[in-house]
Design a protein around this ligand. Sequence first.
Ligand SMILES: Cc1ncc(COP(=O)(O)O)c(C=O)c1O
Length: 412
Amino acid sequence: MHFWKKLTNNQIKERVFSALQKNVDYNERTILGVPASHLDEKVFNRDLVFLDDAPFLSSMVYNPNHIGCHTMGESEEFFAGTQEIEKELIEIVATDILKNEPGASDGYIASGGTEANMQAMWIYRNFYKKQHGAKHQEIAILCSEDSHYSMPKAANILNIPMISAKVDDNTRLVDEAQLRIQLEEAKNNGIKYIILIANMMTTMFGSVDNLETYTKALKDLDFDYKVHVDGAYGGFVYPFSAKEPNLLMNNPEVNSVTLDAHKMVQAPFGTGIFIIRKGWMQYATTEEAQYVQGMDATIIGSRSGANAISIWMILMTYGPHGWFEKIHLLNYRTQWLCDQLKELGVEFYRNPASNLVTMRASYIPEDIAHKYGIVPDSHNEDAKWYKIVVMSHVTVDLLIPFIEDMKIHLQK
Ligand SMILES: Cc1ncc(COP(=O)(O)O)c(C=O)c1O
């Protein structure tokens, strides 16, 4: 570990309050030129005594704007104190979780996984346009059919085609033979550049792509490609639970990664994380953002600095070993659930490193699914699968009644 270490509550409080003090205080300094202030004082009273003990809520009230990307160049000086915390957080995630070299990453706290994925695809589309003179119809997004819908959304917004690789219904792995057929067809249709999105745990299955299946086919067929890893769900799980995770940044093929703190980290919504190797953010810089100090290379524009602080606080409270323990406890409970399902004869998919279990819908009656809030793969068509996500509130005590109900149902 280079940067991530466990801190006490007092150390965390001290660090956040001292960062807030280095930000502009609209009551202490005359600031006439920004369309921003602390939260409305009639509604959000900043003199409340308990705020002195609540660094995250205080950050909300002081309302720092973290517009832009702070790991490179200049940033808005008004919020320099809390931007430092975001910079440290990006370095912790990039180096201590994703295993990039220290000082070799840029990144920022995005609104969520959708934005972070889109940021990557935006950068690579612009790179191919700028450096290779590529036309939109020559650049395609490639991802598996189990990928999150942010990929077709991005294809639509960025106005480039998408290739959806078929997966095996049991293993959820990309079908190699089919992939080659799809890529040959793409080549015949004029696609030269591929933005590959590899899944580090999919939304519905927790499945993890075999990167080599893609890269081998892309090399064989002479495509130019860039790899982004979607770890929106798995970014805070898989690096801790997998024996040899090969979708991290110590793999030179991986150029950027999405993680979501508002999923497994239980941070407030608005805490997606985008990490990319240095030298790439420039392809998303909007030169016209001249009024922003350091300009802007993100999709979102203005964003709350309190979000970055919340993630930093959670990671520092656990420390790397506490986090490892938390993930392993969840995986222990997941294993318990899988053992029960096996005994009942219920067919399911689970990646051994994952805390997500996806059961064939034919075993799950609708009333049980509804009673336990189990989520189907489709709300519009007949469900084929139902998933259970073993979050920290999903204890064995909560799983037992589900298993008991299933037993009764299957005995009927
Ligand atoms: C694998 C994966 N990628 C991307 C996303 C999108 O994340 P968000 O809803 O934060 O935009 C999700 C959300 O469930 C996801 O599971």
